[in-house]
Design a binder for this molecule. Structure first.
Ligand code: FE2
Length: 156
C-alpha cells in the first residue's frame, strides 16, 4: 500500500538516505565503543570501562530508533557490516589504542555522528518531517554531550 503522510516519495528517499548514513555512523561508533570497553587498560580502567558501557548501551537503543524511522518513511534500513562500511564516515581503529587514544578517537566519533545528523536536518526541515527532526535533535544533543564529557577527560 502507498505511503500517504504528506511527504513526497522523493523527499522521503532523501531523508532515508541521510538517516542511513546516521545509522551506519551510530552502529560503527557502537562497535568501537564496545571494543574499547573490552580492551581499555591503565589507571583510568574503571572510569572508562563504565563510561564506555553507558555509551554503547545508549547507542544500541538509538540505532533501533533510527532504523525504524527509515522503515516508517518507506525504505529498507541497512543492516550489514558491508553496508555500514560503505555508508559510515567513521574509520575503524587499528589494533588496540592506548586509553588516551581511545578517548580522542571516541571524541572524533561522537563529533562525526553529530555532524552527520546535522547534515540531515536541512532535508528533513524542508520536507516538514518533524518526527525525523525530533530524532535528529535528540541524537545531536546526546553526541555533543558525550563528546564534551570525553574531551574533558583529556584536559590536563
Ligand atoms: Fe561488559
Amino acid at each position: 500500500m502507498e505511503i500517504d503522510i504528506g511527504i513526497s516519495k522523493e523527499d522521503r528517499a532523501k531523508i532515508a538516505g541521510g538517516l542511513s548514513k546516521l545509522l551506519a555512523d551510530s552502529y560503527t561508533l557502537y562497535l568501537t565503543t564496545h571494543n574499547f570497553h573490552w580492551n581499555v587498560t591503565g589507571p583510568m580502567f574503571n572510569t572508562l570501562h563504565l563510561m564506555f558501557e553507558g555509551q554503547y548501551n545508549e547507542l544500541a537503543l538509538a540505532v533501533d530508533l533510527i532504523a525504524e524511522r527509515i522503515r516508517a518513511l518507506g525504505f529498507p534500513a541497512p543492516g550489514s557490516y558491508k553496508q555500514f562500511q560503505k555508508l559510515t564516515s567513521i574509520a575503524e581503529p587499528e589494533g588496540v589504542p592506548s586509553a588516551e587514544e581511545m578517548i580522542s578517537l571516541l571524541v572524533k566519533g561522537q563529533e562525526a555522528v553529530a555532524k552527520t545528523a546535522r547534515g540531515v536536518v536541512k532535508i528533513a526541515d524542508k520536507a516538514s518531517d518533524e518526527p525525523t527532526l525530533d530524532l535528529l535533535t535528540q541524537r545531536m544533543q546526546l553526541h555533543e554531550k558525550n563528546a564534551w564529557m570525553l574531551r574533558s577527560l583529556l584536559e590536563k
